[in-house]
Design a protein around this ligand. Structure first.
Ligand SMILES: [Zn+2]
Length: 114
């Protein structure tokens, strides 16, 4: 399978057959990075913007993980606009539906909870 000439190219699912999960993840991340990337500085700024809180549950004093708002496997990019800080617990309970909690917190702050 070729991973060149990827502009706008979505790999048909059948072509992923036979690849290990690790290979699939690498390919998806590679595709996501072609749509956009972020730097460590941008990530640190994002964490600081939310004062080290998880944008979903609001917990702080925990290591934040990078969550792709639109998941990579659904065609999301790796740019900072598609990333939000979640605690490990929230990241693992996330379902298949994209939820932009960062945008929610920017609008409503941390006082209210959905
Ligand atoms: Zn959380």
């Amino acid at each position: 399978m070729s991973v060149s000439a990827i502009d706008g190219y979505v790999i048909p699912y059948e072509e992923l057959w036979g690849l290990s999960d690790c290979q699939k993840r690498k390919i998806r991340l590679c595709l996501a990075r072609l749509k956009g990337t972020h730097t460590e500085d941008q990530w640190q700024n994002l964490i600081r913007e939310f004062d080290f809180h998880c944008v979903w549950c609001g917990v702080d004093r925990e290591p934040m993980t990078k969550d792709h708002i639109l998941p990579i496997y659904q065609g999301g990019s790796d740019s900072i606009s598609n990333i939000q800080p979640l605690c490990r617990r929230c990241n693992s309970r996330k379902g298949p539906y994209p939820a932009d909690w960062a945008a929610y917190r920017r609008q409503f702050g941390f006082e209210v909870h959905p």
